[in-house]
Write a protein that binds this ligand. Structure first.
Ligand code: NG1
Ligand code: ZN
Length: 529
């Protein structure tokens, strides 16, 4: 084993002078630096699968909304969730082992630590997005998997959530909680069947234009929409996934959310709904331009609010005792949190940034809606919730429909991770059922004007936080200064944290007026510098 591992590893030498870290998005950086990392992720996936009795582990090669020259790699655990946090440091140790001998020491250390029986089978599936560097990184990964004798299956080009779906399907096949058929056709079929069930009384197709960020979500959503032509009229723009140099360039969910503006390639018709995916289609934001050409963004907070409102109503109609809650991060607009708590009377939890935190917190509700403001999120239906809905005895047609609709939403909405395609269908289903225009959705509440700024500092690690990242602990004294500043503004709120994905510190601010928020964010940036 060690011999062959050494031989394979020599083909994937680790560059010197780089320290790798498995962060909120796995490993992510310039693609040219990732060869050894991806190879070693293959080793870890083999260990993880063997540790979990041969369950299938997923690996996704993507850098999401980042530029074309970047890439990244992350592991997916058996139920389609992110790699268990305690294993992230093992990924980091393997990636940073200097020499082949060090690598074997770390690898064998993990085998011993977890008493892993290397004669057991290891199973891995993987996919990549549409980046140019994808195939070469896949080749490195395959070497890693061969070096540890893991069985593997290459799913080709998929969206990140499709890969998560496949992993869960493979690990639940043949059980009473089977998640579906582990193929692309199985994924499309699950979503389109649920959508047809939910909209069985709707006859008008909903028309929407999607900016696919020139990523892999474009061809996938176009393929799925063919199955739904009676209910959905989709136009895909920025769909050059075969020109990887255009990926995320002046388009996509991150561009639209960060700049609060239209992507290139979109010439909006007034009051018609548009959506943008990110490069691997696990994020979505919606928007439209009104008759006065004013741009309205419908971000993750608006999606969460819409979903919570609609599912809350369905629970009441279903007359099943289920609790519903919403999970956000500190980046959620204060107006959304207020609306959910005060108007919808629902609990809101705030967690640190990073989907794994939100996902984990959402599991404590029967139905947990979680979204980051940037459009990454989903709705989790707990096993107890599904069982209660299936067991409920409906005594009226209204109750029966509500129960069936809730169950269909649990099929429509990706239960593993945020999914742009599944979230798109969820939103369009709700808008269709409510017969709402995009303006009606936008006006549920009005966002407080907000700004997100980035500050480059010498060492971002000195910025440590508490209270779900809303307060700085260190550098000492800084939080006091920020609090004093915030007090000068109406409805002011601001917080500072180190980014987990970039070498920078982020400053968020919101206030009652645009003039105030521009002023506040500038002043807090000065405090941080
Ligand atoms: P960082 O760089 O830690 O702020 C960003 C996003 C997160 C999440 C991760 C993972 C913001 C403010 N932050 O994290 O929400 O999506 O990337 O990709 O949008
Ligand atoms: Zn993404």
């Amino acid at each position: 084993m060690s011999n062959s591992l050494t031989e394979y590893s020599l083909k994937h030498a680790r560059p010197s002078n780089i320290v790798y870290g498995y962060g909120t998005a796995g490993f992510r950086m310039k693609a040219t630096l990732l060869d050894s990392v991806v190879f070693r992720v293959g080793l870890l996936a083999g260990l993880r699968s063997r540790f979990l009795d041969g369950k299938t582990i997923g690996i996704m090669i993507t850098a999401s909304h980042n530029p074309p020259e970047d890439n990244g790699v992350k592991l997916v655990d058996p139920m389609g969730e992110m790699l268990e946090a305690s294993w992230e440091s093992h990924a980091t140790s393997l990636a940073n082992a200097e020499t082949e001998a060090d690598l074997i020491l770390v690898y064998e250390g993990l085998v011993a630590k977890f008493s892993i029986d290397l004669s057991r089978p290891a199973r891995v599936v993987f996919a990549k997005d549409s980046r140019e560097s994808g195939p070469a990184l896949v080749a490195a990964l395959v070497d890693g998997l061969k070096a540890v004798n893991a069985e593997f299956h290459d799913c080709g080009m998929l969206t990140t959530p499709q890969l998560h779906y496949n992993v869960r399907c493979l690990n639940t096949q043949g059980t009473e909680r089977s998640y579906g058929v582990p193929t692309e056709a199985g994924y499309f079929n699950k979503l389109t069947s649920a959508y047809k069930t939910i909209l069985s009384s709707v006859t008008q197709p909903y028309s929407i234009t999607i900016d696919a960020a020139n990523g892999i979500g474009g061809p996938k959503v176009a393929e799925l929409a063919k199955e739904l032509s009676n209910l959905l009229a989709v136009t895909v723009v920025n769909n050059n996934y075969d020109k990887p140099e255009l990926l995320n360039h002046a388009c996509g969910a991150d561009y639209v959310k960060t700049g609060q503006k239209l992507p290139s390639g979109v010439t909006p018709e007034p009051s018609k709904l548009y959506a943008s995916f990110d490069g691997d289609a696990d994020r979505i934001v919606f928007y439209f331009q009104d008759e006065t050409t004013k741009f309205h963004l419908l971000d993750g907070d608006k999606i969460a609010t819409l979903a919570a409102m609609y599912l809350g109503d369905l629970i009441k109609q279903a007359e099943v005792d289920l609790n519903l809650g919403v999970v956000q991060t500190a980046y959620a607009n204060g107006s959304s949190t207020d609306y959910i708590q005060k108007n919808l009377n629902l609990p809101v939890l705030c967690t640190p940034t990073g989907v794994k935190h939100l996902h984990h917190a959402a599991l404590q509700f029967d139905i947990g809606v979680y979204f980051e403001a940037n459009g990454h999120g989903t709705v989790l239906f707990g096993e107890n919730c599904i069982d209660a809905l299936k067991a409920a005895d409906a005594t009226s047609p209204g109750q029966l429909t509500a129960i069936a609709t809730l169950l269909a939403f649990s099929e429509l909405i990706n239960q593993t991770v945020g999914d742009a395609i599944s979230d798109l269908l969820m939103v369009l289903a709700i808008l269709s059922l409510k017969n709402w225009t995009c303006a009606e959705w936008a006006h549920i509440y009005t966002d407080l004007p907000n700004r997100l700024a980035k500050v480059i500092v010498n060492d971002r690690r000195i910025f440590t936080t508490t209270d779900a990242e809303r307060k700085l602990v260190t550098p000492e004294g800084l939080q006091g200064k920020i609090d004093e500043m915030v007090m000068k503004y109406s409805n002011g709120r601001s917080f500072v944290r180190a980014s987990g994905t970039e070498d920078a510190v982020r400053v968020y601010a919101e206030c009652g007026t645009v003039g105030e928020v521009d002023d506040l964010v500038k002043n807090v940036v000065e405090i941080v510098k």
